[in-house]
Every structure is written in structure tokens, then in C-alpha cells.
Design a protein around this ligand. Structure first.
Ligand code: NI
Length: 293
């Protein structure tokens, strides 16, 4: 997700950050989390990818999927996946970056799809929050459908961005997304809409907003949805969870989101980590085949 939110870089400091919360029973070593949607390929990490990866590992976040927004950021995601153990890539064109795709663009995406560290086509979808212009929305729909078609041909799952476009996203997935394993990242709709997406087989990703004070309807979605469809993600560098809100987000902070899920569902952090990591490997099979640490 792209939004204007600026913050400072802070080292991950589990104990200090938890001054006002209950210390978890599990140590970082005991859990294994996957940040299934992040952007270490963003320029805000230009100077400290190695440190961010190290902090993630220290927090138990052993694997991360960096999603592409454009061909350039997709390329960067693929490069990072080969430079670091535990990093994987999604490749695709984000709705805010919508443009007509050429045959060369398709060929490039298809080439990346052969790479074992490329786990999905993403992030793709619709964004009606930032884009109000109807011809641009039409272009978004067109390249969303086009990339769904590519994913089907390339036998890859998709990671979907849907902001203020739930009805159109659902309609397009029902018509054009059949048979494609699908993640709806940063789910932000109602309980009723969540049921519709779950009915067609989608997995739902939850992020920083789950920890925000105004998260009421999202809390119910996360409490009530089937655990075997839930993923945890940061969407870093944006939307840092409480208690890091306002700062630059990073994969290590996915632990705070998993802790919130544990609280909402009366589970242990270890059980949330185990379940969401199993789910990540189920929906993104290439996470399984590659090395874990
Ligand atoms: Ni994103």
C-alpha cells in the first residue's frame, strides 16, 4: 500500500517496546513468523536492508515476501530474494502504477515466474481510494484481469491489493480468478465481505491497522475468520503497528501483529506463528521448497 506516512528508523527492541504490555511467554527463538507482504525493495530501505533482515530474524521473522509495484521494484525484489536467505519476491504492477502492459512486459514477468524464489504475481488489484478518475479505474481493472490471466498461465498464486474497491475486486475474482490461489492483502472490509472472499477460497492478510484504536470492524473479522486462511504481514515501510505507529515499518514488527491476533483469538503467540506460517507455505508453495534460514 502506498500512503503518505513518514517515520524514523528505529532498531527493533522487543523489551522496551513492550513496556506497557504483557511480556510474551515465548522467546523470539521459539517462534517462526513469515511477513507475507512487505517492501524491503522500497527506497526507504535503501541503506539498511541487511540490518532490517537481521532485526527480523532476531524477532523470529525468518521469511519475508517483498512485493513488486512496478517492473523496476519487481526486479529489485527478485534481486533481494537472491541476495538474502529467507527473502522471496512477488512480481507485478500495482493498481496505482497502472499502465498498458506490452508483450515485453509480459515476457519479463513470465521470465521471473520461472525463478523458484518468485512466489506469486503481486501486488495487483484495485485502488479506488487514491484513484478517483474513471478512465484510470478502467485501466486498473484491465491490467488486474490481464495479470490474473498471466498468473493462471504461469501457475502462480496472486497477492491482491484492494482499497475501497471491495465489490469490483470480488466480482473480478469470481469471474476471472477461478482456480488461482489468492491472497487478499491488508484486508480492510466488513465481516460480511470477508465471508464472500473466504467463500471463493481467498486467504486474508492482516497488518498494522489491526493494532490501531479505530480497528473495530477489522477486530471482528480477525476474531471470526477461519484460522487456516489468515496471514500476518507488515506492508512495510507503511502502516507500522502499535507500539511503533508513526515510525517506519519493517518486517520485524510483524510480531506485534501476530501478538494482536493471539490476544483477539485467545491463543498463544507460538500457536498464531505456527498457524500463519503453515498457511503461508500452503498458499505460496515456493516458500516451502527453498531454504528456511
Ligand atoms: Ni504493499
Amino acid at each position: 500500500m502506498k500512503q503518505e506516512e513518514r517515520g524514523n528508523v528505529v532498531p527493533f527492541a522487543p523489551k522496551d517496546a513492550r513496556e506497557n504490555t504483557t511480556e510474551p511467554a515465548e522467546s523470539a527463538e521459539a517462534i517462526e513468523l513469515v511477513d507475507t507482504h512487505t517492501h524491503l525493495n522500497d527506497e526507504k530501505f535503501a541503506d539498511d536492508v541487511p540490518d532490517a533482515v537481521a532485526r527480523a530474524r532476531a524477532a523470529g521473522v525468518t521469511r519475508c515476501i517483498n512485493m513488486g509495484d512496478t517492473l523496476e521494484s519487481s526486479k529489485k525484489a527478485v534481486e533481494l530474494a537472491h541476495a538474502y536467505e529467507g527473502l522471496f519476491a512477488g512480481v507485478g504492477i500495482h493498481p496505482e502504477e497502472a499502465r498498458e502492459l506490452t508483450a515485453d512486459d509480459d515476457a519479463q514477468l513470465a521470465k521471473w515466474a520461472e525463478d523458484e524464489k518468485v512466489v506469486c504475481i503481486g501486488e495487483i488489484g484495485l485502488d479506488y481510494y487514491w484513484v478517483k478518475d474513471e478512465p484510470m479505474r478502467e485501466l486498473q481493472r484491465k491490467i488486474f484481469i490481464h495479470q490474473l490471466d498471466l498468473a493462471r498461465q504461469l501457475h502462480l498464486p496472486v497477492c491482491i491489493h484492494d482499497r475501497d474497491a471491495h465489490a469490483d475486486t470480488l466480482a473480478i475474482l469470481k469471474k476471472e480468478g477461478q482456480g488461482i490461489p489468492t491472497v487478499l492483502h491488508c484486508y480492510s472490509g466488513s465481516v460480511e465481505m470477508a465471508r464472500e472472499f473466504l467463500k471463493i477460497g481467498c486467504y486474508l492478510g492482516t497488518d498494522g491497522p489491526l493494532t490501531f484504536k479505530n480497528a473495530s470492524k477489522l477486530l471482528n473479522v480477525i476474531r471470526e475468520m477461519p484460522l487456516d486462511r489468515l496471514l500476518v504481514e507488515t506492508d512495510a515501510p507503511y502502516m507500522a503497528p502499535v507500539p511503533m505507529r508513526g515510525r517506519r515499518n519493517e518486517p520485524a514488527f510483524v510480531r506485534f501483529i501476530a501478538e494482536k491476533v493471539a490476544e483477539l483469538r485467545s491463543m498463544t503467540l507460538a500457536d498464531v506463528a505456527r498457524a500463519t506460517t503453515t498457511n503461508a507455505e500452503a498458499i505460496y508453495p515456493r516458500l516451502r521448497r527453498a531454504e528456511k534460514r
